[in-house]
Design a protein around this ligand. Structure first.
Ligand SMILES: [Zn+2]
Length: 534
């Protein structure tokens, strides 16, 4: 990739920065499913994780590199601190990809140097140079981020960038780590870098930013006007704290307003050529997939992908839209793949119809997964005559999301009503293969179920969020339950769909507990692994 690119390179960090959102933890299968969809969406780079952080992260990057990182697929990237062992782990994880990138970072602001790194400027300069050169021994494609660039002394920042580019960095990423900068300041920062780093033409300027003040997308667009050509973003804007710049907002702003942005890319004003490689028709589907698998719900008024983004409720608007769509709509819902929610299958639909519709929706299941999902489909079709695309997505996501062989819900039964005390009985299969049954009384049926499950599993946790949404309209709709629970300082989410919301509630809770339990086990293993190395 040369620096003279006249478009924006989309670097998706949903699986790395996005996964750092509290409770958004994903397992390897879920990460792979999202990575495949990101490839269909057309992102240029997938930051698949932080290889050194945990064996789970390492394994997920390897698998994505192997399966999604094909010759025509996206570049697969791992994050690494500027340390030998980190960089080595990243190099190993991305090795199976046709195109792999190592993204290493080191803080450059005085406040980080003094309190976090306890190093002088010249020490930091030397480390950055050495580590980029070391990473370069594994792959040509190296990205370097000066952490907290926005609060760094510009002169020192220019010097660091010049040195890392000379050492082989092909992308330099300017992060607004704390989400503090305003658009004109951020544009100015990029402009300063273009003007003051002598070898800047040998690298792509990238931007990374957080939405603490709701300015991430605006900052990026201003950066693009000043020469930034790569944007680090996430689906639905998920990520640490207030999240990252939202991919769908950036892409659609560059698309809808391309006449405004064209001149900044050296193009004629009326050029129709897209400014990114994204297939916008895949946006809505990707948004739903990420929301379903991370348990991070999309607010209804969210730009582009929110449920109300294309709904024109007010009478005046409706009238205008009916007369001419362009009166109140600046873009067509079709453009993001928001098609009518079609009724596609029914009770008599066969396995082939099921498989091919799923394929059209972007899901490729193994034979075992397909069999399991098909059984669920038949169960649902028995209760609900018409099955829409959204129902299908709910069924499949539910099947993919099952954590393997931890606690398994075998039975749930409740008794409730205005004259009785809500009572629940549950049977679970434990990770050891034992079948345990217990019962509890609660303030309501869901509370009773959760108490009974807690009696069996004995994993301490606190329920912090519970929500039910219907996937489609109508009294026979599939209900989707999303819950979040806290264990010590970590949050885990669980999701399940069923025509019976009581069953979905129990399953969502078990799914979240399985993640918690899996993470506790993973940490134990990692502690052992680190222990043997040091
Ligand atoms: Zn970040």
């Amino acid at each position: 990739m040369s620096n003279n690119t006249d478009r924006i390179i989309i670097f998706d960090t949903t699986l790395r920065d996005g996964e750092q959102s509290p409770g958004a933890t994903l397992n390897i299968e879920e990460k792979l499913t999202i990575a495949k969809q990101l490839a269909r969406l057309g992102v240029d780079v997938i930051e698949a994780g932080f290889a050194f952080a945990s064996p789970g992260d390492f394994g997920a990057i390897c698998k994505i590199a192997e399966i999604v990182g094909t010759e025509n697929g996206p570049i697969i990237c791992s994050l690494a601190r500027a340390r030998h062992d980190d960089i080595k782990a990243a190099a190993k994880a991305i090795a199976p990809a046709a195109k792999g990138r190592i993204h290493t970072f080191l803080a450059t602001s005085d406040i980080h140097l003094e309190y976090k790194l306890k190093k002088t400027r010249s020490e930091v300069l030397a480390i950055a140079e050495e580590m980029v050169a070391y990473a370069k021994t594994f792959t040509n494609d190296i990205e370097f981020s000066p952490e907290d660039a926005g609060r760094s002394d510009p002169e020192f920042l220019y010097e660091v960038l010049e040195k890392v580019i000379a050492a082989g960095a092909t992308t330099v990423n300017i992060p607004d780590t704390v989400g503090y900068t305003t658009p004109s300041e951020f544009g100015g920062l990029i402009k300063g870098i273009k003007e003051n780093v002598p070898n800047i033409n040998k690298a792509i300027i990238s931007v990374h930013g957080h939405d603490d003040l709701g300015l991430a997308v605006a900052n990026f667009l201003e950066a693009a006007k000043n020469g930034a050509r790569q944007m680090e973003c996430t689906i639905n804007g998920i990520g640490e704290r207030a999240g990252n710049a939202a991919l769908e907002e950036l892409v659609m702003a560059l698309h809808v307003r391309r006449q405004y942005f064209n001149p900044f890319f050296g193009r004629p004003v009326d050029s129709e050529a897209p400014l990114t490689n994204i297939d916008t028709h895949q946006i809505y589907k990707t948004s739903r997939l990420v929301s379903n698998l991370t348990g991070m719900l999309v607010q209804p008024n969210k730009a582009i992908v929110g449920a109300n983004a294309f709904a024109h409720e007010s009478g005046i608007h409706q009238d205008g839209v009916l007369k001419n769509k362009l009166t109140y709509e600046i873009m067509d819902a079709q453009l993001i793949g928001l098609t009518e929610n079609q009724i596609v299958l029914g009770k008599h639909s066969g396995r082939n119809a099921f498989r091919s519709r799923l394929k059209e929706l972007g899901y490729e299941l193994s034979d075992t997964e397909l069999n399991k999902a098909f059984v669920r489909f038949k169960e649902v079709a028995d209760k609900k005559k018409e099955i829409s695309d959204w129902d299908l997505e709910a069924i499949v996501n539910d099947e993919i999301q099952q954590a393997p062989d931890l606690f398994r819900l075998e039975l749930v039964q409740v008794s409730c009503g205005d004259r009785s005390r809500p009572t629940a009985t549950v049977t679970l299969r434990t990770p050891a293969g034992e079948e345990l049954t217990d019962a509890a009384i609660g303030t309501g049926p869901v509370d009773a179920i959760y108490k009974a499950i807690n009696r069996v599993t004995n994993v301490p946790n606190q329920l912090i969020e519970y929500s039910v949404q219907s996937v489609t309209a109508g009294i026979d709709a599939i209900g989707e339950v999303t819950i979040r629970l806290r264990h010590e300082d970590r949050v885990f989410s669980g999701r399940a769909a069923n025509t019976d919301i009581i069953v979905a509630s129990a399953q969502a809770y078990v799914n979240a507990l399985n993640r918690l339990y899996g993470a506790m086990q993973g940490e134990r293993q990692h502690a052992q692994m680190v222990g043997t190395r040091e």
